[in-house]
Design a protein around this ligand. Structure first.
Ligand code: FAD
Length: 421
């Protein structure tokens, strides 16, 4: 595989761009795999990559019903942060951020990770106190976090509405190492990295059944034939409940909801950070892409669905938040908006765990936050699959945490998916 580097870019520039290899193959399935991963989103691809790279398991297939990266992987607003407080989540997301910091080198693929800071606006003394607790915990446990007063915030982010009497801005909680990345590039980088190590990525093959014999999974039935596997791992995000039922189970503590995102026409540089606004049900986050478009989003669509398309009331809701927080973009034209399907868990935290079937593994429950989680998700999920036991960091991210009463409810929002981000 041709490496991506300055010399090869230069050489190919002079020789008609003919020296590049295909980024990944389009193979026929083998007779049997050690591991079959269902879903070629970020989590499935990262898992395949680390299975091969860290655990030497190369007889691996990733089975995808559409094209790789065509689900939530390519639809998110690309925010990467690790501002979590609760044990389990805190270490997990910090590990993820540390993997992000070297991901471009690791994959030899420019994922355009930009540590431009993540700024959560604070609108009340209570919010400031809660943020102080969270960000102090982060600092005390090896992450980074700052509290900015109003003067500092105005200097760094001048274009916000500081005269908003309904939502007065009092300051901000900031994680400087956070930021965003190019979502497609992450999927392509992991896919290329996995393929280079011998992983088969099987696109346009929908898994239609999970076959079981004598209490074990034997493989997956797909729209283009049966594929035999010693272990099967599910990483299908918003479709988790469907696959769960194919495996013969009833329900997961997950609801599938839609989340929309928006991008405006390109503007000159206006916003150099990721800014988040949230008060009660009003929720809004915005950043500016390298092409200049303002990329933003808000809440989920308030009803459950597997359809990857949004609705107009949410366009209005998000636009209201936008002009309320950044009136200067009130006349900017919207270029596109789209939707993905979110696997919203009942406490807002994920599942990376074994299942009641010995050789079936589950990766799900990512809510709004699975983009930033994808490196650590692949890291720990591959470790779980290879060694058949959870790393202590993910030991709490099990399905039975609700039965045992050990939920990881980061926002204290209770079992209400629409309140979890
Ligand atoms: C609008 C929006 C904004 C978001 N913003 C952010 C953000 O700013 N920061 C952040 O951290 N997270 C964000 N997220 C969440 C993040 O995108 C997801 O949590 C994450 O992408 C989910 O993991 P994934 O990439 O593996 O999922 P997906 O990309 O959805 O991958 C799952 C794959 O499984 C495949 N599949 C499903 N069923 C089958 C089947 N039967 N057979 C074979 N394949 C199947 C699907 O086709 C899909 O490709 C956002 C999501 C959306 C929709």
């Amino acid at each position: 595989m041709t490496r991506y580097n300055a010399w090869n870019v230069f050489k190919n520039g002079l020789t008609g761009q003919k020296g590049w290899d295909r980024a990944w193959r389009d193979p026929e399935p083998r007779s049997e795999y050690d591991v079959i991963i269902v879903g070629a989103g970020l989590h499935g691809l990262a898992t395949a990559y680390y299975l091969a790279k860290e655990h030497g398991l190369k007889n691996v297939a990733v089975v995808e019903k559409g094209w790789l990266g065509g689900g939530n992987a390519g639809r998110n607003t690309t925010i990467v942060r690790s501002n979590y407080m609760l044990p389990g989540n805190r270490q997990f997301y910090e590990k993820s951020l540390s993997l992000w910091e070297n991901l471009t080198n690791e994959l030899n693929y420019n994922v355009m990770f930009s540590q431009r800071a993540h700024i959560t606006l604070l609108h009340s003394p209570a919010a400031r106190d809660a943020a102080a607790r969270r960000y102090n915990t982060m600092r005390n446990t090896g992450s980074d976090g700052e509290l900015w007063d109003l003067a500092k915030l105005k200097k760094e982010v001048p274009h916000l509405n500081y005269n908003n009497s309904r939502f007065p801005i009092m300051g901000a909680a900031v994680q400087p190492r956070a930021g965003n990345a190019r979502h497609d590039a992450v999927a392509w980088g992991y896919a290329r990295g996995a393929d280079m190590q011998g992983v088969d990525i099987l696109q346009n093959r929908e898994v239609t059944a999970i076959k079981r014999e004598n209490g074990r999974v034997t493989g997956v039935e797909t729209s283009r034939g049966f594929i035999k596997g010693k272990k099967v791992a599910l990483a299908v995000a918003g479709n988790s409940s469907r696959l769960w039922q194919m495996a013969g189970f009833n329900t997961l503590p997950i609801e599938t909801h839609k989340l929309q995102a928006f991008v405006s026409e390109p503007l000159k540089p206006l916003l150099d950070q990721v800014v988040v606004f949230g008060v009660g049900h009003a929720h809004f986050y915005i950043s500016q892409s390298d092409k200049g478009g303002m990329v933003f989003g808000g809440d989920i669509d308030w009803y459950k669905s597997y359809a990857q398309r949004g609705n107009l009331p949410l366009v209005q809701d998000v636009a209201e938040c936008a002009v309320s927080m950044m009136p200067c973009i009130g006349r900017v034209r919207l270029l596109r908006h789209w939707s993905g399907v979110m696997d919203m868990s009942m406490d807002g935290s994920p599942f990376i765990c074994k299942t009641p079937i010995d050789n079936l593994y589950l990766n799900a429950g990512w809510n709004y936050g699975g983009f930033k989680a994808s490196p650590a998700s692949g890291w720990y999920f591959s470790d779980l699959i290879a060694n058949d036991r959870p790393d202590p960091v993910i030991a709490g991210h099990t399905l039975d945490r609700f039965q045992r009463g050990y939920i990881i409810d980061e926002r204290g929002a209770g079992p209400d998916p629409k309140l979890h981000g």
